[in-house]
Design a protein around this ligand. Structure first.
Ligand code: FAD
Ligand code: DLZ
Ligand code: SF4
Length: 507
């Protein structure tokens, strides 16, 4: 007659709030693989295998720690395929006094939970997700009255609140932000370390067979599979990052190299987001590496800003603005995704690289997501719903609370500038500066118009021209619009014509 404690697939932390006062004798923990979660978008095969395997390992650890775990596998007889159906069945099996859950990562799931007390005539307690450093209420208070909140000021608050990289009341090194030092172009001589790889064990192999069988038509390569699936393994992966990659993280944060999908990034988003790693713990480790002289300040600060700045900030915006945020479409764009988003079959080398790597790894690093695929989606005027769905499908770290603000707010500017102060639009010159992709491309990044010209070049100016009414008052775009105004009419017409031909070719 104890409580039924529900743990979702992205809540796999031993310290999760719904477990805090668990009575190991009286309470039951419910963890369930459900068809609805695996198919509400057709997730990458690797993402499903990663989540199911991690859920199974986590359940095993809880059982070994003496908890009573009711684990429902996808193919178990009677599995109804939804959280609501599985909670109902578990209530019939265990007759609990109440259901205890932790606040979910998606609005859609929260809405489902809110229906349970009436549906099942049961008391439901939804606890705060304490793994985040800023609660939804705190973010709301911080954002109240700010017409355009900015991440940088939020980040400084978090640094002070948690005393991270602070020397007394001042930021370490007397500056809050070292981004200006974090934009080195890559050189072909960089020796990027081999990424962490964890050979699949029997549990993972069983899950992989299930995914191959039941999700054969989903996007992505299932093998080779090398993700960590336990906290210990995820910790090993993070320790390797701190030792081998962190020293270069700052310098090459924005760099891209042909056939180097992992660069100097941490590859920890999938582990943080599903609960295997704790954000504050990772941040403290990186701060210590700086204090011990193992990493420079620009590297440590750059990494820490991503976690306590961007990660918390996008989550705050998600809960502040949902459900309306999902409907935003500032530029009123409706173009479908080009077919090559699913196979990388395009002559644009940068897009081919980033999409093929995404298909292979269920991972692409930030600048590939933002300045290649994201930039392309913005310039071409792709439909925000389609772009959001794609990003939610293809990355192993994607849950709506983090995916939606990054896509609608950061890359598509679909919220009209609430999250970002200007659209992240760029011509081919940016990609050429930050990568070596252009050297192996069918197109010529130096040409602005004509059949050999890099499509990013004419698409960039066409985007600015097309959206002049909506953007020209933005002070951060004033210089760009002055340049556009100075262009000869004939040149603008040629850019528009080339953009039009290209956009039509997308189908
Ligand atoms: P690193 O570069 O090593 O950064 C360290 C950590 O900082 C990341 O693990 C992540 O937890 C955090 N972080 C960095 N940037 C962001 C950001 N903009 N928003 C939130 N957290 C951030 N991240 C996701 O976790 N899930 C997503 O679904 C997701 N979708 C994205 C979509 C787009 C269009 C863009 C531009 C970014 C998206 N990001 C997303 C943010 C970022 O690209 C990934 O967190 C990062 O690439 C993960 O790789 P990493 O762990 O090696 O990150
Ligand atoms: C992403 C995912 C998948 C593929 N499958 C499951 C599942 O079967 N059971 C589960 O509890 N969670 C799964 N998840 C993660 C959920 O989608 C996630 O917990 C919610 O979207 C809330 O963030
Ligand atoms: Fe991408 Fe243009 Fe460079 Fe080709 S030339 S890789 S399309 S930026």
């Amino acid at each position: 007659m104890g409580a039924l404690r529900l743990i979702l697939g992205d809540q796999l932390s031993h310290t999760i709030s719904c477990l805090s006062d668990c009575d190991k004798q009286a309470d039951t923990i419910l963890i369930c693989e459900v068809w609805e979660e695996a198919t509400y978008v057709k997730h990458h095969k690797k993402k499903i295998a990663f989540i199911f395997s991690t859920m199974r390992h986590f359940a095993q650890e809880l059982t070994e720690a003496g908890y009573q775990v009711d684990y429902i596998k996808l193919d178990d007889p009677g599995n109804t395929g939804s959280f609501t159906g599985e909670v109902e069945r578990a209530i019939h099996r265990h007759r609990p006094e109440q259901v205890v859950a932790t606040f979910p990562g998606e609005y859609r799931v929260l809405e489902g939970m809110h229906s349970w007390p009436e549906l099942f005539q049961i008391d439901l307690v939804i606890r705060e997700d304490e793994r985040f450093l800023c609660s939804r209420e705190d973010f709301e208070s911080w954002a109240a009255g700010r017409k355009q909140p900015r991440m940088e000021y939020f980040y400084r608050e978090m640094r002070k609140r948690y005393s991270i990289l602070m020397d007394g009341d001042s930021p370490a090194g007397d500056r809050w932000n070292f981004d200006a030092e974090n934009r080195l172009s890559p050189s072909r001589k960089l020796a990027v370390p081999t990424p962490y790889h964890c050979e699949p064990d029997a549990v993972t192999r069983e899950v992989m067979a299930l995914v191959e069988d039941r999700f054969a038509d989903h996007f992505g390569d299932l093998s080779p599979f090398g993700f960590a699936v336990t906290r210990t393994q995820a910790f090993e992966s993070f320790a390797l990052f701190v030792k081998e990659r962190l020293p270069f993280f700052g310098d090459y944060q924005d760099a891209m190299l042909q056939a180097e999908p992992w660069m100097y990034h941490a590859h920890c988003s999938f582990y943080l987001n599903c609960g295997l790693l704790d954000p504050l713990e990772c941040v403290r480790i990186v701060e210590q590496a700086y204090r011990d002289g193992q990493a420079s300040l620009n590297a440590a600060e750059g990494f820490i800003r991503q976690i306590i700045g961007w990660r918390e900030y996008v989550r705050g915006i998600y809960w502040l603005k949902m459900p309306d945020y999902a409907e935003e479409n500032f530029f009123e764009t409706r173009r479908s995704l080009p077919a090559f988003f699913w196979d990388g079959d395009t002559s644009m080398n940068c897009m081919r690289q980033c999409i093929e790597e995404t298909k292979h790894n269920a991972y692409a690093h930030h600048i590939q997501r933002l300045m290649v695929i994201g930039n392309f989606s913005l310039l071409c005027g792709l439909d925000p719903d389609a772009v959001n769905e794609w990003y939610l499908i293809v990355y192993a770290d994607a849950y709506e609370w983090v995916e939606l603000p990054n896509v609608s707010g950061m890359i598509l500017y679909a919220d009209g500038g609430y999250l970002a102060s200007k659209p992240y639009a760029a011509s081919g010159a940016y990609i050429n500066k930050m990568s070596n992709y252009c050297q192996s491309c069918h197109y010529n990044v130096k040409e602005k118009t004509g059949p050999q010209a890099c499509p990013f070049n004419y698409l960039y100016w066409d985007f600015l021209h097309r959206n002049r009414e909506k953007l020209h008052r933005n002070p951060r775009l004033a210089m760009i619009y002055k340049t556009l105004d100075r262009m000869q009419e004939q040149k603008v017409k040629t850019l528009q014509r080339d953009a039009d031909v290209f956009l039509r070719s997308l189908g």
